[in-house]
Design a protein around this ligand. Sequence first.
Ligand SMILES: [Zn+2]
Ligand SMILES: [Zn+2]
Length: 255
Amino acid sequence: MELVVLGSGTVAPSAHRTAPAHWVSAGGVRLLLDCGAGMLHRAARHAVPWPDVTHVAVTHFHPDHWGELPMLLFALRWGTLPARSALLRVIGPVGFRTRMTVLAGALGDWVLEPGYPLELVEIAAGESLELSGDVRLEAWKTPHTDESLAYAVRDADAHLVYTGDTGPSDDLARWAKGCDLLLAECSLPDNRAIAIHLSPTQAGTLARAAGARRLVLTHFYPAIEATDPTSVAARAFGGEVLAANDGDRFTIGVD
Ligand SMILES: [Zn+2]
Ligand SMILES: [Zn+2]
């Protein structure tokens, strides 16, 4: 399994971090975990074959996490040659279909009928979806918004967990148990910690409780850029910690 970080930032503008988007390749699956603004241009910059996307999984409805979804749907019809004909499955929390219908009211019917097969799938915490072959997506609740989810991607060799946006949660740590790579949000420094995001120490504590093999921090607000989040998180975790940058690539599940 390979992970490419397309967006390691947030809604706060940054010259070098765009909004959350993560590309996962596993078997025949090409999955986007979140689809934040700037995703398409980052994919172009880092030579990620975005027209091959098979699935998109949205963690929650804050616009930095799915604001570029309409752009992606439009680009797959008009921004690449040949235009797409393959099915695209887009997965989101309960309420996702209703929100897509509202979006179509504003932007046009093409949001729901983009000219290629589009399937909208709602997933609830505790549920699991077969994406293709032995690649599965699992969802779990996070303390952030009413609908917010974390996702796990599993195949025979690898177990990736992406927290989406979350606050500290023992329950989330139990669900993430034994993952090979924990891709954890790390929004704010320890001295500005709040209940619905993670600080470096809280991300490290989550990784330790989950017994993660590696911790990769992402979702950095500007206030954390002046600190050293990896060192702080590593003290709480006791294992390998990396800070994601847009364009970073990680191989998961192969020693
Ligand atoms: Zn959020
Ligand atoms: Zn966010």
